[in-house]
Design a binder for this molecule. Structure first.
Ligand SMILES: Nc1nc2c(ncn2[C@@H]2O[C@H](COP(=O)(O)OP(=O)(O)O)[C@@H](O)[C@H]2O)c(=O)[nH]1
Ligand SMILES: [Mg+2]
Length: 363
């Protein structure tokens, strides 16, 4: 039996040498699924060898967690100090930051935790430097900030690649696929959307990735990448913004940069000279998709007092839990005013979704 690395090389070669057309699509799908499986096996075995990120468990605090990733010395610690109350050591050499340093940024009633981590050096995806650990913290973040400086623009593409290879999907929603596992009956594909891929290809990839019996509903036209993502368990989907720091040192053609990095959000800043940091804070806030709701206490008139920040797609029950588990204990319904209510003081169940601007009194 050849090693995982050898098997990966063999399959990659096979994929390269097989021309892609309708007749081979099914076969290539199978190879791609195999490859994806081997790669996740490989990353598990390297992280075991390296001790699997011990000491990198980060306590999440605040309303959301943002991670700064980038090469060494691009200004991550400087930026953290500017945005938050943390006092991260700043020095002009690589790897001044040896552990995760959290800071808290207060912005528009939200407490946003920002994490400064060691720089991601070349080969980080194979576990070089603190690569594994940094990537595992990244997987748990609510927003990723990829940061580089004016001298190392190429790092953006490199980092995007590292994230992709590690199953971290940025600025895209999860594939619109629902897998309803069954005990028998094989794989049944249900879709109203015209699929570029053949049904047999979809089934083969599903089987290869461990799905034996299931009803699979597909609500988008999948390409091969998203098909494999849909059936892989270790994918995370997170928003990402790109920052080029030290704009005080060198001017850049920003439009050209934005063009070559697609529609993604790219900001140029100077952490040291406080350029564009206000815009950055606003962008962070926007990308976190918060909603602000207002708590109406029993003795209060409805209004915009007591703002609470919560991630979108949450229910009133989640909101009560955020206020406090004890508080949530005896709450059964709520009255709502303003946004989301049909009339002022509407009584609703706690499974109601919160919306921006909603005023809530728990009952
Ligand atoms: N010119 C300039 N230098 C900066 C800026 N931000 C950080 N630096 C400098 O870059 C060096 C590395 O910064 P540091 O925050 O330690 O980078 P890290 O390794 O990414 O955490 C330090 O000498 C900083 O003073 C900036 O906006 N402009
Ligand atoms: Mg640092």
């Amino acid at each position: 039996m050849s090693s995982i690395e050898e098997q990966i090389l063999n399959i990659e070669k096979e994929i390269r040498e097989t021309p892609y057309h309708k007749a081979t699509e099914h076969y290539i799908g199978k190879l791609r699924a195999k490859l994806s499986k081997l790669k996740s096996k490989q990353s598990v075995s390297t992280s075991k060898k390296k001790g699997g990120g011990v000491g990198y468990a980060v306590k999440k605090q605040g309303d959301a967690t943002v991670i700064l990733i980038g090469p060494p010395s691009v200004g991550k610690s400087t930026l953290l100090n500017r945005l938050t109350n943390a006092k991260s050591k700043v020095a002009p050499y690589a790897f001044t930051t040896l552990t995760v340093i959290p800071g808290m940024m207060d912005y528009k009633d939200a407490k946003i935790q920002i994490l400064d981590v060691p720089g991601l050096i070349e080969g980080a995806e194979e576990g070089k430097g603190r690569g594994r650990e940094v990537l595992s913290v990244t997987r748990g973040a609510d927003l990723v900030i990829v940061i580089t400086d004016v001298e190392r623009i190429g790092a953006i593409s490199r980092l995007k690649n590292i994230l992709y290879k590690n199953g971290i999907r940025i600025n895209q929603s999860p594939p619109d696929v629902v897998i309803d596992k069954k005990l028998t009956g094989g794989i049944i594909i249900k879709t109203n959307i015209k699929q570029d891929l053949e049904k047999e290809t979809i089934k083969t990839v599903a089987r290869e990735l461990g799905i034996k019996n299931a009803e699979i509903s597909i609500k988008e036209n999948l390409d091969m990448e998203r098909l494999i993502d849909a059936f892989s368990m270790n994918r995370v989907y997170v928003n990402c913004i790109f920052i080029v720091n030290k704009i005080d040192e060198k001017s850049l053609n920003i439009n050209k940069l934005r063009k070559s990095h697609g529609k993604e959000k790219l900001l140029v800043i100077s952490a040291e000279f406080d350029k564009n940091l206000g815009k950055l804070k606003e962008t962070i806030w926007k990308e976190l998709n918060f909603v602000r709701v207002y708590l109406v206490r029993p003795d209060e008139e409805p209004g915009e007092n007591n703002p609470i920040v919560i991630k979108n797609k949450k229910t009133l029950r989640d909101l009560a839990e955020i206020i406090g588990t004890e508080f949530a204990d005896d709450k059964e319904t709520a009255k709502i005013w303003g946004q989301g209510s049909k009339f002022p003081g509407q009584q609703v169940s706690l499974s109601t979704m919160v919306v921006e601007g909603m005023q809530v009194r728990f009952m």
